[in-house]
Design a protein around this ligand. Structure first.
Ligand code: UD1
Length: 342
């Protein structure tokens, strides 16, 4: 029998790529999204890629009653992958309560739904932001967590703790938090990808928009860090590789192969890449020249972080396969696709 998986935020960037991989893995996918930061047409494009258009329920998970009605109407869900959340670091500093209400309430409501409707598996979209600036690199899952630098980061940490405590109190529940490093790139079809509203905060959308001529130049935030070329270091992984980790994680829970009720995994390549190296990769992959300028540091930036992904490699049998250059190439193909279609 087909597994029925609920993907919240399934028309968003990582959610849509995960929906594609789940369908290609043979699962039935149902999406809940309130479309505050995405478009309903993404479900159609998932259908164009896979041949199966997932059901899209447009609702706000903060609404407990509506969510309960949804679960009533959709029996037999065996797992939830929870992406739906606000995610802009700067905005979260200006609007902390909106972030706490939305990101925490949705998680609590879904966990309550799992208990009531006997849904065993929950995969949570977390972030390496929970580690702050780690003392030791690469960072493994047992590194101490640090106070969050933003309300956004704090919601990730708080939600992880809520999931852990809920699972500890109920032997029927199982959960995995996936701590992403920096997801980039787009599906090779160029039909789905990241769609930032307004000026992008993240590096790769800013690079592709600059290359397209929507932005004058990329500002490289600092070249006086304690790194080989002075710019910050991150661990950039392709969104399709990341999406595949969700398929492995939810299958592990639904099939009861997890080692303990609650687990956390780092998802990254294991390789650190500087901002200047990322720019070179983009130029190599596309044959374009990018206009950029070194500016001041961005407040709150972490100097360097990259993953030790060996636990996910070993336990989930997952590793990244797509190179940085290929990630940049697909990000660029996607940028061209959205500009043509808008
Ligand atoms: C940021 C958040 C992180 C969140 C993630 C979501 C901070 C401190 N961290 O991660 O909590 O989970 O987004 O995707 O905000 N850069 C430039 N110029 C730009 C944009 C970025 O030089 O115009 C540099 C940054 O200084 C950084 C690197 O590019 O070194 C990556 O930045 P970004 O894509 O914003 O990701 P993070 O800062 O790693």
């Amino acid at each position: 029998m087909k597994k029925k998986i609920l993907v919240t935020g399934g028309t968003g960037y990582i959610g849509s790529h995960t929906a594609v991989e789940l369908i290609e893995d043979g699962s039935e996918v149902i999406i809940i999204d309130n479309l505050t930061n995405s478009e309903a047409g993404v479900a159609t494009r998932i259908g164009q890629i896979t041949g199966t258009t997932p059901e899209l329920a447009v609702l706000d998970i903060c609404d407990r009653e509506k969510l309960s009605e949804f679960f009533h109407d959709h029996p037999g869900i065996s797992g939830i992958i929870h992406f739906a959340a606000y995610k802009a670091v700067g905005e979260s500093v200006r609007k902390p309560l909106e972030y706490y209400r939305n990101n925490i309430q949705t998680t609590v409501n879904l966990l309550e739904g799992m208990k009531t409707f006997r849904i065993p598996g929950f995969v949570f979209s977390s972030s390496c932001t929970v580690y702050g600036q780690p003392a030791r690199l690469p960072v493994s899952e047992d590194s101490p967590l640090q106070p969050a630098a933003s309300p956004y980061g704090n919601t990730k940490r708080i939600c992880e703790e809520i999931i852990r405590d809920t699972i500890a109190a109920d032997p029927n529940l199982r959960g995995i938090s996936l701590r992403y490093f920096n997801p980039i790139g787009a599906h090779p079809s160029a039909l789905i990808g990241e769609l930032p509203r307004g000026v992008p905060e993240n590096l790769v959308p800013f690079i592709t928009q600059t290359a397209f001529g929507l932005r004058d130049e990329l500002k490289v935030f600092g070249n006086d860090y304690d790194t080989p070329d002075g710019s910050c270091i991150r661990d950039y992984l392709h969104v399709v590789d990341l999406a595949k980790a969700h398929v492995t994680a939810i299958n592990r829970l639904v099939e009861g192969r997890n080692k303990s009720g609650y687990e956390t995994f780092n998802l990254g390549t294991g390789t650190g890449v500087s901002v200047l190296e990322a720019i070179s990769s983009f130029e190599r992959a596309t044959g374009l020249k990018l206009k950029y300028r070194i500016t001041d540091r961005r407040p709150g930036d972490i100097e360097k972080i990259w993953a030790d992904p060996s636990l996910a490699n070993r336990e989930l049998g997952w590793k990244t396969n797509i190179s940085l250059d290929e990630s940049m190439r697909t990000a660029w193909e996607w940028e061209k696709f959205i500009r043509k279609s808008n």
